[in-house]
Each structure stands twice: as C-alpha cells, then as structure tokens.
Write a protein of this length. Structure first.
Length: 107
C-alpha cells in the first residue's frame, strides 16, 4: 500500500524518471562504455526480443493450424519454434547479468 502511494505521488509530481530508473539494467562493470554504445546495445537487444516474440507468435500459429488440420508435423514444428523462441528470449533478457558474472569470474 505504501509503495502504491509513493508511485502515485511521484506520478502526480511529474517525476516519472525516478520510477523508470529502477527498470533500466545496471551496467555494473560495463558502465564505462559510452552513452551511444549503451543505446546501440539496447536497440539491438530490443530488436532481438521483437524478432523472438514474432517467432513465438508464428510458432503458435503453426500449432493452431496443425491441430485444426490434424497435421502432427506442423504442430511439432510450432512447438519447436515456440520453445526455442522463449529460450532465446530468456537468454537475451539475462545477457547483461551473464556478462557481469563472467567478467566477475575473470577478475
């Protein structure tokens, strides 16, 4: 309840930046790279996420069509597409954390 009141108060003051700062990734040791590089990495990651979401949607369509036509090959193709897309989404979303861990082990 208290968090909700704080969010409402921040939104009422027009200071939405403090809310969205908690959503942005923590660059940790890679914070020294420039702002343009961070933007480029963010755009590439967003493009990869959109592509993988689209691939998962296409896989769901394959599942639907395969079930309607009683085509097990089409259904299996759709299941494979959805599973691989979701695994790719997980990998892309956790990439900054994985890089930070690997860098930490290297030190």
């Amino acid at each position: 309840m208290q968090v909700t009141q704080q969010v409402v108060q921040l939104a009422a003051n027009g200071d939405i930046g403090t809310i969205t700062d908690g959503i942005k990734p923590d660059w940790a040791v890679f914070g020294a790279i420039g702002t343009k590089a961070k933007i480029i990495v963010g755009v590439v990651m967003a493009g990869a996420v959109l592509f993988l979401l689209g691939s998962a949607i296409v896989g769901a369509v394959h599942i639907r069509v395969g079930n309607q036509q009683h085509n097990t090959m089409e259904t299996k193709k759709g299941q494979t597409m959805v599973a691989s897309s979701l695994l790719g989404l997980f990998a892309v979303a956790s990439m900054s954390t994985l890089f930070g861990i690997v860098y930490g082990f290297g030190i």
